[in-house]
Design a protein around this ligand. Sequence first.
Ligand SMILES: [Mn+2]
Length: 322
Amino acid sequence: MRILDELKGCRTIGISGHENPDGDCAGACLAMALFLKKAMPEARTDVFLEELRPELYRNIPGAEKVKTDFTSDVDSYDAFIVLDSACDRIAGAGDMFLRAAKTINIDHHISNPGSAMVNYINGGSSSACELVYEVIDQDLLDREIAQALYTGMVTDTGCFRFSNTSQKTMETAGKLISFGFDFPRIVREVYFEKTWIQQKVLGKALMKSKSMLGGRCIVSRLNQECIRSLGGVGKDVEGIVSALVSTTGADCSIFAHERPSGEWRVSLRSNQYVNVAAIAEVYGGGGHIRASGCTIGTDRDITFCLMKMVEMAGEQLKAMEA
Ligand SMILES: [Mn+2]
């Protein structure tokens, strides 16, 4: 796909991505907008996304122009592009998408059915940003577009660690950093940085963790009272389950945190052997083989449920060794 061929004659272009936008979603939308402003200066380009996290505002050029209120005086865009998302998960932009004369969907989620008029879905790609890089005219790349794309690639590849990182990913990233932006800062701020409160919550979760199955499963939990006593809220537990599974000798990790409603959100991670999606499914959750989650309602005993999950992981490991 060459995006300029798809947008010939368009004078108004809307762009959006998924709810709760991450670095890939925001990077892809803003890189596309920056590119179109350059390649089609006569066209009007609007980006609609929910509020971005501060580190994304700081690191993605053009982020301050995102329309977070999802309002526009354009009734029907000539083209509407959805990036890093299926077309039905775009928060307040859903109606604008439906009213647009032409719709385009570019995404790397294999589950995306591709419900726009023109679809470019590649589940083998690391990120929406890698796909945006493919569809734009690369001779118009500049430092700002490159920085937006790099931020997204860093986000979705876990700094080029995950198995979705391909030779093409690295070659693309190599070309992007040749534009000379401060890429160590992006990695630090977008990927590694945590607030002091988040650090304390993580520390608490690590201190309270239990080593089960002879060290092969690391389990921890934090109740509301504990999270609040550190000044934290629900989103401050992000990343804890990954920290737990990075323990030497661990095959999997389980982390539970209590929501204000009294329900418990349970996240599971696996390094290599345990299928944690199968465990989450027993409790009505799901996800991927190596990363999954489920919610335990107030009608169930969280301690008992966690013990059961550990037991299931143990059975899987035992079955594999038999
Ligand atoms: Mn993505």
